[in-house]
Design a binder for this molecule. Sequence first.
Ligand SMILES: NC(=O)c1ccc[n+]([C@@H]2O[C@H](COP(=O)([O-])OP(=O)(O)OC[C@H]3O[C@@H](n4cnc5c(N)ncnc54)[C@H](O)[C@@H]3O)[C@@H](O)[C@H]2O)c1
Ligand SMILES: N[C@H](CO)Cc1c[nH]c[nH+]1
Length: 875
Amino acid sequence: MSVFLPLLDAHVGDGALLAPLARIGPLILPPDFALTTSIPKNATRYILVDTDSSLSMDHVISLLDQGADKVIVPLALAKGLAGVVPAHRLLLLLDVANVSAVSDTIRSGVSGVLIKTPSVDVDFISSFTRFFAGSSVHVFPAASVEPPSRSTIRALHAANTTLVIPASLLTLSATDAKQINIADAFLANIVSDRKDGLFPTVVSSHLDGGRTLGLVYSSLESIQESIVSGKGVYQSRKHGLWRKGETSGATQDVVRIRLDCDADALEFSVVQHGAGFCHLERQSCFGTGEVSGLSALEHTLKSRLESAPEGSYTRRLFGDPELLRSKIMEEADELCRADTSEEIAFEAADLLYFALTRCIAGGVYLADIARSLDEKAKKVTRRPGNAKPQWTSKLTTTEGPAAHCAASTSAETPKPPTRPAATVPASATVDGAGDSGAPIRMRTHDLSATTVAERAQLLRRPVLKSDEMIAKVRPIVDDVRARGDAALLELTAKFDKAQLATPVIRPPFAPETMVLPDDVRAAIDVAYANIHKFHKAQAADTTLRVETMPGVVCSRFARPIARVGLYIPGGTAILPSTALMLGIPAQVAGCKEIVLATPPRPDGSVSPEVMYVAQLVGASAILKAGGAQAVAALAYGTASVPKVDKIFGPGNQWVTAAKMLVQNDTDALVAIDMPAGPSEVLVIADHTADAAFVAADLLSQAEHGVDSQVVLVTVGLPSERIAEIEAEVDRQARALTRVDIVRQSIPKSIIVRTGSVEEAIAFSNDYAPEHLILHLENAPAAVAAVENAGSVFVGPYSPESCGDYASGTNHTLPTNGYARQFSGVNTLSFQKHITSQEVTADGLKGLGPVVATLADCEGLDAHANAVRVRLRALA
Ligand SMILES: NC(=O)c1ccc[n+]([C@@H]2O[C@H](COP(=O)([O-])OP(=O)(O)OC[C@H]3O[C@@H](n4cnc5c(N)ncnc54)[C@H](O)[C@@H]3O)[C@@H](O)[C@H]2O)c1
Ligand SMILES: N[C@H](CO)Cc1c[nH]c[nH+]1
């Protein structure tokens, strides 16, 4: 049981308390601060969801999934969560007045309670702990503004309760009338049964599964210093204070300090550096201290990475990632085929050797793997755990088209691993082999039979609520804002699995980073030319001048936005086309700083296609980061990332929410292009439509992401024709490399039956699609009725793909119904307009009295005076 629990909030000063507190027990944190990277990795986190919080049950569960150890929730939430979340992860937040109102069901569904009381009255508190026999009871005197005394902490502990102390009452300095030193609080209960007053202290190795390293002694002074410094400091019975490793270099990082059950001995869990803990230069004072098994392998691999002898096989593996990959696959296969227990152990050992080599090469150690396992064990939401199709299919090596760019790269060029291959299973073959799942179907609705409410429901998109997403991205944005590059690099390692030395690269970009097959380069060049031509024609490069009255000339002229950030998504697909669509108008508009941000691949590189486009559009920097962290870095700038004035580009919900968040922060002083979201298309089809064309158009958007939505609006089509289109969707979908994504997006999509072109267009105008495709007998005539759409594709030979890549129009378009009020990205999005006016003396004689009268009317004398003082001078 902890001696006390600190309650922290996002305003915990400079954060100096965090690491020392994390060494001595769990931290209580508010939800928006709980998962930020400034919380030490070794911290045990209890998240306090206060009574006035609007957090949903799903959100609370997601906090546990993301690694919170426990959540402390009010009664209303506890009622829903008890039985859903394991009791040992759930604590109940209660006001002392409501203690007796807690039902037995709730009591058995939680492992403890945090009770808010006005003050600390130990007798009173003891009287109600019986309601929670067998549970942990934490007491929070919410109104208290004075620090607790050590005797209060002791008394509460004796009553089997733990005191909660807000961070504002805790200090690293000496205890005074306003704050208590954290070591004083931690040691409030400690008693020595020795004459010299010291405490026996067991030192164990955090990395070697808690192996005992030795026995030492601690004093109050040494413990205090260890808590604050995080280094192993003890009390030598002969020489006084002993800072371990001060002379030998064998220092220790303290991960955790614990008191034993009767508070007369301690355990220090440490990471030992140098020759070892023992003065005989051994790991442990008990035995020779030689490590074996996985720890021994880790030691060997680490030293091989630093300096492997010539001819070492491990050295060859570190230098040849392809060989290492093949060996991992081979050994995994052999392990699955092994029969006897001996064979299984033998093959598993081989697999672990290659797997650990992969980890060490990537800077990952056993402790990181253990941490990841622990994090996974904390997840409350379980996945079905089905194998990805390429591992269940008999045909395991089908290469999807995504492999094309890399596959056709010349032999000398290192083959860039294409991200889609890693995240999207290349599962299906053209005949759909390997996938015998249910038909891939949309839901059909007849517009004439729907109520007003049902119609409104059809117009909605299947996206998460933006306020929930904003709450999720806020800690990431705050972290990058506070810690700049350090946070950016950590988040990139976390979410994109790339270990970078620096997040930014600047031109000239190395030619070997842009090596492309000839056909890909030529296609990019044609797309560049078309998009450039169309966007150049949009540039506002002449000054508008209008003489509104004699002698009063008003003008308007455009200037480029100086610094722009262009987000190029990279989670599930590489999108050089988006780099073209954002980079070209920025270049045409004359923006001086063009920062292109995109998530790096796990090896830290950016795809050669995106690199090539970056060079074509004259990017001044490439930020190798994705998600909310990239958006935050662009908005606030870091030591290496230039701050920008406007952020453009599509992205997943993390990107979109972060854009919305920074846009609303006046400190960031940053604009965004539009609230873009998951891709969507609405296709209107009549009797002239080709079923295969229609199906292909629907799927071209459905493959973008699981949250993409596609809508088919039919005009007077009988059921058999609709069935024909549905069969085409199913057949074509099974042939796609991204069939797994389509399987999730298509069922969320709809077919809407209408009786006329007018009815169909009216529905489309209400839906305001990002893309509108017209498969109509007289498609060009229908365009006149289109009121709301991002971009329109007219007639059977205008697939949306042309606009996505190369016809010349832009593909960064408003989604989620925003086409009602936003245009797609265009050259003017990168410019701002300045107005000016020049009024002659005669002009002022005519206009001045009008202005003065209006200023008088508003009671703004100084405004009127600015005119009258001149009119008097002219009189
Ligand atoms: N409207 C358009 O013009 C257009 C064009 C192209 C793509 N898109 C859309 O862009 C999106 C691209 O999404 P994507 O995921 O492939 O790439 P992305 O680059 O938008 O997102 C990847 C990043 O998301 C972050 N992320 C992922 N999971 C996270 C988590 N759990 N916590 C915190 N951060 C997390 C990571 O930092 C990662 O780098 C799709 O929805 C697609 O439909 C839209
Ligand atoms: N269809 C996307 C816009 O919604 C853009 C895109 C990129 N690559 C292919 N298509």
